[in-house]
Design a protein around this ligand. Structure first.
Ligand SMILES: Nc1ncnc2c1ncn2[C@@H]1O[C@H](COP(=O)(O)OP(=O)(O)OP(=O)(O)O)[C@@H](O)[C@H]1O
Ligand SMILES: [Mg+2]
Length: 374
């Protein structure tokens, strides 16, 4: 193949960052150019058929900067992806800037052009993050003190330069006691929009192509990983994924590399948090098998809330709901008696999500009674 003087830069990271990198210089988009050319080809075809007379076509000028973003590859036809370099040589841009392209496009370009790679630097855990985690934990979560300590120890390796692979954690315990909330709290400290995948949302056939890669037009975990801006990767409800999918996680948990049919992602020292409702380490080991179980850096149990903690949660939730009421609404209810009533009704229910709904309902009942009694 002949070398071309097109220079190629490949960017791996979130779209917002890529757009910043592009700056405000003019650029052409691959999809528009491909569309224009397809259209022109159709017109020529008609003229040749003699059914329509068109103006003579103007030759295309090579664009100076040609851009494609992560979601564009799905709109390009498969043959253009298979012979991507052919397409690019045909268009002959001065500079090609690609955002999160599939791995085989990257490989093809490497063979023909001089390519440069830019990677987004993801937020990392620092001493400051640990301090904020330690000091802010109690404001987010009632109880779970051992989670706080275990998390600090688990996060520590990410503060060192030695660490080049992800820290992978399994949060387990009953529903509604703060697992997802803790993951969101850490992510909030690091910044970036949390990449959160709920594995219960996928049906088996869709899930296989999501994890292992399907056609390049289908959603994929690898592409979501590439597009993410967060330092935390949250895999919610890990226990709901069928065991046939477990092997997909070996390499990413071990080495921080995730590969599917179309994409390759290097995660580096990221934080991967999986959540589940397993009851004990033994349950986890049994359900996931030794190979996967042993790949977690730490398994962190979340405890059911004690009576005292439930009381504290009720106080916090009622206070925060009451703060949002209008003055006339506030005048018609007594928060203290609502708290009292809830304490009786909520005994034994340590699911804070359910507790929140119960509190909303009790407040609404009181408000509506007051309204109708007027
Ligand atoms: N210990 C806690 N203290 C204060 N609020 C809590 C606590 N645990 C949970 N919550 C609140 O309850 C709601 C549900 O919590 P969360 O989503 O973290 O539950 P979870 O443990 O992930 O449950 P599941 O296993 O069902 O996913 C959130 O709004 C969260 O803020
Ligand atoms: Mg959860």
């Amino acid at each position: 193949m002949l070398a071309s003087d097109t220079s190629v830069t490949i960017y791996y990271g979130p779209l917002s960052w890529f757009e910043e990198e592009l700056g405000d210089q003019d650029c052409d988009y691959l999809l528009d150019i491909v569309g224009e050319r397809d259209e022109a080809r159709r017109r020529i075809h008609h003229v040749v058929d003699g059914r329509e007379q068109g103006e003579p076509e103007e030759p295309f000028l090579p664009p100076e900067r040609l851009v494609a973003v992560s979601s564009d590859y799905a709109s390009v036809q498969e043959h253009a992806i298979t012979n991507f370099t052919g397409l690019i040589r045909d268009i002959d841009p001065g500079h090609l800037l690609l955002h999160n392209p599939p791995a085989h496009i990257h490989a093809q370009l490497d063979r023909v052009f001089t390519t440069k790679v830019e990677r987004f630097s993801y937020p990392t855990v620092s001493r400051d993050t640990l301090v904020k985690f330690r000091d802010g934990f109690a404001a987010h979560l009632v109880g779970q003190n051992s989670v706080r300590e275990r998390m600090l120890a688990a996060l520590y390796p990410l503060t060192t330069k030695r660490r080049s692979t992800p820290v992978v954690l399994m949060f387990y315990g009953p529903s509604g006691v703060g697992k997802t909330e803790t993951a969101q709290f850490v992510n909030g400290l690091l910044g970036g929009e949390l990449l959160r995948k709920q594995f219960s949302m996928f049906h088996s056939d869709k899930f296989a192509s999501y994890l292992f890669g399907g056609t390049h037009t289908e959603a994929s975990f690898a592409r979501d990983l590439l597009d993410r801006s967060s330092g935390v990767i949250l895999i919610d409800e890990f226990d709901k994924a069928n065991t046939v999918f477990h092997s997909a996680f070996y390499e990413v948990f071990d080495a921080g590399v995730f590969e599917d049919k179309n994409y390759r992602v290097q995660l580096g020292p990221a934080l991967i948090i999986c959540t589940s409702n397993y009851g004990s380490e033994e349950d986890i080991r049994h359900a996931l098998g030794d190979a996967l179980y042993s790949r977690f850096d730490a398994l962190i149990p979340f405890e059911p809330l004690s009576k005292g903690e439930i009381k504290e949660v009720i106080n916090r939730i009622v206070d925060s709901r009451v703060q949002k009421l209008e003055p006339d609404e506030l005048a018609s209810i007594d928060p203290e008696s609502i708290k009292e009533l809830l304490r009786e009704r909520a005994s034994g229910n340590g699911n804070v999500r359910k507790l929140g709904k119960l509190i909303d309902e009790v407040i609404s009942i009181n408000l509506v009674r007051a309204l109708l009694a007027k």
